[in-house]
Design a protein around this ligand. Structure first.
Ligand code: MG
Length: 382
Protein backbone atom coordinates (compact mmCIF):
# COMPACT_ATOMS: atom_id res chain seq x y z
CA UNK A 1 0.00 0.00 0.00
CA UNK A 2 1.41 3.33 -0.99
CA UNK A 3 0.83 6.36 1.15
CA UNK A 4 1.49 8.97 -1.50
CA UNK A 5 -1.35 11.29 -2.38
CA UNK A 6 -2.15 11.30 -6.10
CA UNK A 7 -2.62 14.78 -7.47
CA UNK A 8 -5.29 15.11 -10.11
CA UNK A 9 -6.58 17.41 -12.80
CA UNK A 10 -10.17 16.76 -13.86
CA UNK A 11 -11.02 17.98 -17.35
CA UNK A 12 -14.77 17.93 -17.83
CA UNK A 13 -15.55 18.04 -14.10
CA UNK A 14 -19.15 19.21 -14.62
CA UNK A 15 -20.11 16.32 -16.93
CA UNK A 16 -21.52 12.99 -15.82
CA UNK A 17 -18.14 11.18 -15.55
CA UNK A 18 -16.45 14.27 -14.05
CA UNK A 19 -19.03 14.52 -11.28
CA UNK A 20 -18.77 10.81 -10.50
CA UNK A 21 -14.97 11.10 -10.41
CA UNK A 22 -15.24 13.91 -7.84
CA UNK A 23 -17.66 11.74 -5.90
CA UNK A 24 -14.95 9.04 -5.63
CA UNK A 25 -12.16 11.56 -4.93
CA UNK A 26 -13.97 13.13 -1.99
CA UNK A 27 -14.34 9.67 -0.40
CA UNK A 28 -10.53 9.30 -0.19
CA UNK A 29 -9.01 12.60 0.93
CA UNK A 30 -5.81 10.81 2.02
CA UNK A 31 -5.40 9.24 -1.44
CA UNK A 32 -6.32 11.99 -3.90
CA UNK A 33 -5.98 15.75 -4.13
CA UNK A 34 -7.41 18.00 -6.82
CA UNK A 35 -4.97 20.40 -8.46
CA UNK A 36 -7.16 21.52 -11.35
CA UNK A 37 -10.83 21.52 -12.37
CA UNK A 38 -12.01 22.30 -15.89
CA UNK A 39 -15.74 22.60 -16.41
CA UNK A 40 -18.18 23.27 -19.22
CA UNK A 41 -21.05 25.73 -19.49
CA UNK A 42 -22.50 24.87 -16.08
CA UNK A 43 -20.55 27.56 -14.19
CA UNK A 44 -22.62 27.39 -11.00
CA UNK A 45 -21.78 23.68 -10.66
CA UNK A 46 -18.11 24.40 -11.41
CA UNK A 47 -18.04 27.25 -8.86
CA UNK A 48 -19.46 24.84 -6.25
CA UNK A 49 -16.81 22.22 -7.08
CA UNK A 50 -14.06 24.85 -6.83
CA UNK A 51 -15.19 26.00 -3.40
CA UNK A 52 -15.39 22.37 -2.25
CA UNK A 53 -12.02 21.16 -3.59
CA UNK A 54 -10.01 24.44 -3.54
CA UNK A 55 -7.90 23.63 -6.62
CA UNK A 56 -4.85 25.66 -7.64
CA UNK A 57 -6.13 25.94 -11.22
CA UNK A 58 -9.52 26.23 -12.86
CA UNK A 59 -10.72 26.45 -16.43
CA UNK A 60 -14.11 27.73 -17.50
CA UNK A 61 -15.31 28.98 -20.90
CA UNK A 62 -17.16 31.72 -18.97
CA UNK A 63 -15.14 33.59 -16.34
CA UNK A 64 -16.40 34.25 -12.80
CA UNK A 65 -14.84 35.27 -9.50
CA UNK A 66 -12.58 32.67 -7.91
CA UNK A 67 -11.41 32.03 -4.35
CA UNK A 68 -7.94 33.52 -3.53
CA UNK A 69 -6.13 30.16 -3.82
CA UNK A 70 -7.44 29.43 -7.33
CA UNK A 71 -6.51 31.00 -10.63
CA UNK A 72 -7.80 30.49 -14.16
CA UNK A 73 -5.59 28.59 -16.61
CA UNK A 74 -5.96 26.90 -19.98
CA UNK A 75 -6.76 23.17 -20.09
CA UNK A 76 -3.29 22.49 -21.55
CA UNK A 77 -1.59 24.42 -18.75
CA UNK A 78 -3.57 22.41 -16.21
CA UNK A 79 -2.88 19.06 -17.91
CA UNK A 80 0.88 19.71 -17.95
CA UNK A 81 1.26 21.39 -14.52
CA UNK A 82 4.24 19.92 -12.63
CA UNK A 83 2.06 19.19 -9.55
CA UNK A 84 -0.31 16.95 -11.52
CA UNK A 85 0.19 13.14 -11.55
CA UNK A 86 -3.01 11.97 -13.26
CA UNK A 87 -5.15 13.88 -15.77
CA UNK A 88 -8.74 12.71 -15.99
CA UNK A 89 -10.03 13.36 -19.51
CA UNK A 90 -13.80 13.44 -19.11
CA UNK A 91 -14.52 16.13 -21.68
CA UNK A 92 -16.79 15.28 -24.59
CA UNK A 93 -15.91 15.49 -28.27
CA UNK A 94 -12.67 16.75 -29.74
CA UNK A 95 -12.00 19.32 -26.97
CA UNK A 96 -10.15 16.58 -25.08
CA UNK A 97 -7.66 15.95 -27.87
CA UNK A 98 -5.16 18.83 -27.43
CA UNK A 99 -4.96 18.65 -23.60
CA UNK A 100 -4.58 14.84 -23.76
CA UNK A 101 -1.65 15.14 -26.13
CA UNK A 102 -0.09 17.88 -24.00
CA UNK A 103 -0.44 15.71 -20.87
CA UNK A 104 1.07 12.70 -22.65
CA UNK A 105 4.03 14.79 -23.79
CA UNK A 106 4.62 15.79 -20.15
CA UNK A 107 4.61 12.11 -19.18
CA UNK A 108 1.43 12.29 -17.08
CA UNK A 109 -0.86 9.35 -16.43
CA UNK A 110 -4.07 9.75 -18.41
CA UNK A 111 -7.36 8.44 -17.01
CA UNK A 112 -9.31 8.46 -20.23
CA UNK A 113 -13.10 8.62 -20.42
CA UNK A 114 -13.37 10.65 -23.63
CA UNK A 115 -13.98 8.34 -26.60
CA UNK A 116 -13.11 10.74 -29.41
CA UNK A 117 -9.47 11.07 -28.32
CA UNK A 118 -8.62 7.48 -29.28
CA UNK A 119 -11.21 7.13 -32.03
CA UNK A 120 -9.99 10.22 -33.88
CA UNK A 121 -6.27 10.03 -33.18
CA UNK A 122 -5.57 6.56 -31.76
CA UNK A 123 -2.43 6.01 -33.79
CA UNK A 124 -0.86 9.35 -32.80
CA UNK A 125 -1.96 9.11 -29.15
CA UNK A 126 -0.63 5.58 -28.63
CA UNK A 127 2.69 6.34 -30.37
CA UNK A 128 3.18 9.50 -28.28
CA UNK A 129 2.21 7.66 -25.09
CA UNK A 130 4.76 4.96 -25.83
CA UNK A 131 7.49 7.49 -26.63
CA UNK A 132 6.86 9.60 -23.50
CA UNK A 133 6.09 6.55 -21.30
CA UNK A 134 2.73 8.04 -20.40
CA UNK A 135 0.31 5.42 -19.16
CA UNK A 136 -3.28 5.45 -20.43
CA UNK A 137 -5.76 4.17 -17.85
CA UNK A 138 -9.16 3.49 -19.44
CA UNK A 139 -12.31 4.65 -17.65
CA UNK A 140 -14.91 3.24 -20.03
CA UNK A 141 -16.42 0.16 -18.32
CA UNK A 142 -15.67 -2.23 -21.22
CA UNK A 143 -12.05 -1.17 -21.54
CA UNK A 144 -11.55 -1.18 -17.80
CA UNK A 145 -12.90 -4.75 -17.75
CA UNK A 146 -10.51 -5.87 -20.51
CA UNK A 147 -7.60 -4.11 -18.81
CA UNK A 148 -8.42 -5.88 -15.52
CA UNK A 149 -8.72 -9.27 -17.28
CA UNK A 150 -5.35 -8.76 -18.98
CA UNK A 151 -3.50 -7.85 -15.78
CA UNK A 152 -0.84 -10.41 -15.00
CA UNK A 153 -1.37 -12.28 -18.31
CA UNK A 154 1.55 -12.75 -20.65
CA UNK A 155 -0.29 -15.09 -23.02
CA UNK A 156 -1.53 -13.89 -26.36
CA UNK A 157 -5.17 -12.87 -26.54
CA UNK A 158 -7.40 -14.99 -28.77
CA UNK A 159 -10.46 -12.71 -28.63
CA UNK A 160 -11.79 -9.64 -26.88
CA UNK A 161 -15.51 -9.83 -26.29
CA UNK A 162 -17.18 -6.50 -25.58
CA UNK A 163 -20.58 -6.67 -23.97
CA UNK A 164 -23.42 -4.36 -25.01
CA UNK A 165 -26.73 -3.91 -23.22
CA UNK A 166 -28.38 -3.46 -26.62
CA UNK A 167 -29.91 -0.17 -25.52
CA UNK A 168 -33.63 0.52 -25.20
CA UNK A 169 -34.58 -0.50 -28.78
CA UNK A 170 -32.88 -3.82 -29.16
CA UNK A 171 -36.03 -5.70 -30.17
CA UNK A 172 -37.66 -2.89 -32.19
CA UNK A 173 -38.75 -3.31 -35.81
CA UNK A 174 -37.67 -0.72 -38.43
CA UNK A 175 -41.19 0.80 -38.30
CA UNK A 176 -40.98 1.13 -34.53
CA UNK A 177 -37.49 2.64 -34.79
CA UNK A 178 -38.73 5.37 -37.16
CA UNK A 179 -41.21 6.51 -34.48
CA UNK A 180 -38.81 6.55 -31.53
CA UNK A 181 -39.11 9.75 -29.44
CA UNK A 182 -36.27 11.66 -27.76
CA UNK A 183 -37.64 10.74 -24.34
CA UNK A 184 -37.57 7.03 -25.25
CA UNK A 185 -34.04 7.28 -26.66
CA UNK A 186 -32.83 8.98 -23.47
CA UNK A 187 -34.11 6.12 -21.28
CA UNK A 188 -31.18 3.74 -21.05
CA UNK A 189 -32.16 0.41 -19.46
CA UNK A 190 -29.07 -0.05 -17.25
CA UNK A 191 -26.67 2.94 -17.27
CA UNK A 192 -27.15 6.59 -16.24
CA UNK A 193 -25.10 8.75 -18.64
CA UNK A 194 -24.97 12.08 -20.46
CA UNK A 195 -27.38 12.70 -23.39
CA UNK A 196 -24.90 12.19 -26.25
CA UNK A 197 -23.63 8.83 -24.91
CA UNK A 198 -27.18 7.69 -24.17
CA UNK A 199 -28.28 8.29 -27.78
CA UNK A 200 -25.04 6.69 -29.02
CA UNK A 201 -25.91 3.67 -26.86
CA UNK A 202 -29.38 3.46 -28.39
CA UNK A 203 -27.95 3.47 -31.94
CA UNK A 204 -25.04 1.25 -30.80
CA UNK A 205 -22.65 3.85 -32.26
CA UNK A 206 -21.22 3.87 -28.74
CA UNK A 207 -20.25 0.19 -29.07
CA UNK A 208 -18.69 0.87 -32.46
CA UNK A 209 -16.58 3.70 -31.01
CA UNK A 210 -15.58 1.35 -28.18
CA UNK A 211 -14.33 -1.25 -30.69
CA UNK A 212 -12.10 1.40 -32.30
CA UNK A 213 -10.85 2.47 -28.86
CA UNK A 214 -10.12 -1.14 -27.86
CA UNK A 215 -8.25 -1.67 -31.13
CA UNK A 216 -5.82 1.15 -30.22
CA UNK A 217 -5.66 0.64 -26.46
CA UNK A 218 -4.86 -3.07 -26.56
CA UNK A 219 -3.40 -3.20 -30.13
CA UNK A 220 -5.83 -5.91 -31.14
CA UNK A 221 -6.95 -6.31 -34.76
CA UNK A 222 -10.67 -5.88 -35.47
CA UNK A 223 -10.97 -9.52 -36.50
CA UNK A 224 -10.11 -10.58 -32.94
CA UNK A 225 -12.92 -8.52 -31.39
CA UNK A 226 -16.56 -9.40 -30.95
CA UNK A 227 -19.65 -7.85 -29.47
CA UNK A 228 -22.22 -9.81 -27.52
CA UNK A 229 -25.55 -8.51 -26.27
CA UNK A 230 -25.78 -8.82 -22.49
CA UNK A 231 -28.88 -6.91 -21.36
CA UNK A 232 -28.10 -6.92 -17.61
CA UNK A 233 -24.77 -5.00 -17.97
CA UNK A 234 -23.17 -6.98 -15.14
CA UNK A 235 -20.32 -8.52 -17.16
CA UNK A 236 -18.47 -5.51 -18.58
CA UNK A 237 -16.37 -7.43 -21.13
CA UNK A 238 -14.38 -10.65 -21.51
CA UNK A 239 -11.01 -11.83 -22.76
CA UNK A 240 -10.50 -15.25 -24.32
CA UNK A 241 -7.04 -16.82 -24.29
CA UNK A 242 -5.51 -19.47 -26.59
CA UNK A 243 -6.59 -22.36 -24.35
CA UNK A 244 -10.25 -21.30 -24.64
CA UNK A 245 -10.39 -19.92 -21.09
CA UNK A 246 -12.44 -16.78 -20.67
CA UNK A 247 -11.84 -14.09 -18.05
CA UNK A 248 -14.60 -11.62 -17.30
CA UNK A 249 -15.01 -8.66 -14.98
CA UNK A 250 -18.31 -8.16 -13.16
CA UNK A 251 -19.86 -5.39 -11.12
CA UNK A 252 -23.14 -3.55 -10.84
CA UNK A 253 -23.49 -1.07 -13.73
CA UNK A 254 -22.07 1.97 -11.97
CA UNK A 255 -19.35 4.08 -13.62
CA UNK A 256 -17.76 4.77 -10.23
CA UNK A 257 -16.22 1.25 -10.40
CA UNK A 258 -14.06 1.86 -13.50
CA UNK A 259 -13.34 5.46 -12.40
CA UNK A 260 -12.11 4.34 -8.98
CA UNK A 261 -10.04 1.52 -10.49
CA UNK A 262 -8.28 3.87 -12.92
CA UNK A 263 -7.49 6.33 -10.12
CA UNK A 264 -6.40 3.80 -7.49
CA UNK A 265 -4.50 1.46 -9.88
CA UNK A 266 -2.48 -0.63 -9.08
CA UNK A 267 -4.27 -0.64 -5.72
CA UNK A 268 -7.89 -1.59 -5.11
CA UNK A 269 -9.68 0.54 -2.54
CA UNK A 270 -12.51 -0.67 -0.32
CA UNK A 271 -15.44 1.65 -0.91
CA UNK A 272 -18.58 0.78 1.06
CA UNK A 273 -20.59 3.33 -0.95
CA UNK A 274 -20.31 1.31 -4.17
CA UNK A 275 -23.21 -1.15 -4.68
CA UNK A 276 -21.85 -4.68 -4.41
CA UNK A 277 -23.32 -7.62 -6.34
CA UNK A 278 -25.39 -10.16 -4.48
CA UNK A 279 -24.89 -13.15 -6.80
CA UNK A 280 -27.73 -15.14 -5.29
CA UNK A 281 -30.16 -12.33 -6.08
CA UNK A 282 -29.06 -12.03 -9.71
CA UNK A 283 -31.60 -14.26 -11.37
CA UNK A 284 -29.68 -14.80 -14.56
CA UNK A 285 -27.08 -13.39 -16.89
CA UNK A 286 -28.13 -13.73 -20.51
CA UNK A 287 -26.37 -13.32 -23.86
CA UNK A 288 -27.54 -12.90 -27.44
CA UNK A 289 -25.81 -12.64 -30.79
CA UNK A 290 -25.83 -9.12 -32.16
CA UNK A 291 -27.87 -8.37 -35.27
CA UNK A 292 -25.71 -5.88 -37.19
CA UNK A 293 -28.40 -5.16 -39.78
CA UNK A 294 -30.60 -3.62 -37.07
CA UNK A 295 -27.85 -1.18 -36.07
CA UNK A 296 -26.34 0.55 -39.12
CA UNK A 297 -24.35 2.94 -36.89
CA UNK A 298 -22.40 0.01 -35.47
CA UNK A 299 -21.54 -1.24 -38.95
CA UNK A 300 -20.54 2.29 -40.03
CA UNK A 301 -18.20 2.56 -37.04
CA UNK A 302 -16.64 -0.82 -37.68
CA UNK A 303 -16.02 0.05 -41.35
CA UNK A 304 -14.54 3.45 -40.45
CA UNK A 305 -12.32 1.81 -37.84
CA UNK A 306 -11.02 -0.74 -40.34
CA UNK A 307 -10.42 1.92 -43.01
CA UNK A 308 -8.59 4.08 -40.45
CA UNK A 309 -6.92 7.36 -41.43
CA UNK A 310 -9.37 10.28 -41.27
CA UNK A 311 -12.50 8.07 -41.51
CA UNK A 312 -13.00 7.63 -37.75
CA UNK A 313 -12.87 11.46 -37.27
CA UNK A 314 -15.49 11.91 -39.95
CA UNK A 315 -17.61 9.24 -38.25
CA UNK A 316 -17.36 10.99 -34.84
CA UNK A 317 -18.07 14.46 -36.20
CA UNK A 318 -21.02 13.40 -38.38
CA UNK A 319 -22.43 11.44 -35.43
CA UNK A 320 -22.18 14.45 -33.13
CA UNK A 321 -24.09 16.61 -35.63
CA UNK A 322 -26.67 13.88 -36.32
CA UNK A 323 -27.33 13.28 -32.60
CA UNK A 324 -27.73 17.04 -32.04
CA UNK A 325 -30.22 17.22 -34.92
CA UNK A 326 -32.16 14.28 -33.48
CA UNK A 327 -32.27 15.94 -30.03
CA UNK A 328 -33.60 19.11 -31.71
CA UNK A 329 -36.23 16.99 -33.48
CA UNK A 330 -34.93 17.92 -36.94
CA UNK A 331 -34.45 14.27 -37.94
CA UNK A 332 -35.90 10.96 -36.80
CA UNK A 333 -33.97 8.14 -35.13
CA UNK A 334 -33.00 6.20 -38.31
CA UNK A 335 -31.95 9.58 -39.81
CA UNK A 336 -28.90 9.57 -37.51
CA UNK A 337 -27.32 6.64 -39.39
CA UNK A 338 -28.41 8.03 -42.77
CA UNK A 339 -26.61 11.35 -42.23
CA UNK A 340 -23.44 9.63 -41.01
CA UNK A 341 -23.44 7.14 -43.91
CA UNK A 342 -23.97 9.90 -46.48
CA UNK A 343 -21.21 12.09 -44.99
CA UNK A 344 -18.73 9.19 -44.93
CA UNK A 345 -19.57 8.31 -48.55
CA UNK A 346 -18.53 11.83 -49.62
CA UNK A 347 -15.23 11.80 -47.71
CA UNK A 348 -11.87 11.39 -49.41
CA UNK A 349 -9.81 9.79 -46.68
CA UNK A 350 -6.19 10.50 -45.81
CA UNK A 351 -4.07 7.60 -44.61
CA UNK A 352 -1.66 8.28 -41.69
CA UNK A 353 -3.06 11.79 -41.11
CA UNK A 354 -1.38 14.47 -38.98
CA UNK A 355 -3.32 15.99 -36.09
CA UNK A 356 -4.16 19.02 -38.26
CA UNK A 357 -5.51 16.77 -41.00
CA UNK A 358 -7.61 14.91 -38.41
CA UNK A 359 -9.06 18.19 -37.13
CA UNK A 360 -9.67 19.42 -40.70
CA UNK A 361 -11.55 16.18 -41.49
CA UNK A 362 -13.65 16.80 -38.39
CA UNK A 363 -14.54 20.34 -39.53
CA UNK A 364 -15.31 19.12 -43.05
CA UNK A 365 -17.61 16.37 -41.72
CA UNK A 366 -19.55 18.77 -39.46
CA UNK A 367 -20.13 21.14 -42.38
CA UNK A 368 -21.05 18.36 -44.76
CA UNK A 369 -23.46 16.66 -42.32
CA UNK A 370 -25.25 19.97 -41.68
CA UNK A 371 -25.50 20.82 -45.39
CA UNK A 372 -26.88 17.36 -46.17
CA UNK A 373 -29.63 17.85 -43.60
CA UNK A 374 -30.49 21.32 -44.87
CA UNK A 375 -30.73 19.93 -48.41
CA UNK A 376 -32.95 17.08 -47.22
CA UNK A 377 -35.23 19.53 -45.40
CA UNK A 378 -35.51 21.66 -48.54
CA UNK A 379 -36.57 18.62 -50.54
CA UNK A 380 -39.21 17.78 -47.95
CA UNK A 381 -40.69 21.27 -48.10
CA UNK A 382 -41.05 21.31 -51.89
MG1 MG B 1 -18.91 1.84 -22.33
Amino acid sequence: MSNTVKKLAVLGSTGSIGQQALDIIKDFPDKFRIVGLAGGKNTSLLAGQISQFQPKLAYSPIKFSLPDKTKFSSMEEMATHPDVDIVIIATSGKTGLAPTLAAIRSGKKIALANKEVLVMAGEIIMAEAKYHRAQILPIDSEHSAIWQCLRGEKAEVARLILTASGGPFYHYSPTQLAKVTIEEALQHPTWKMGKKVTIDSATLMNKGLELIEAHWLFSIPFKKMEIIIHPQSIIHSLVEFADGSLKAQLSTPDMRFPIQYALSYPERLANPRLPHIDLARLNSLTFETINYSMFPCLQLALNAGKKGGTYPSVLCAADEIAVELFLKQHINFPGIAEIIAHTISLHRGIAKPTLDEILAADDWARDTALKLTQKANLCLKQ
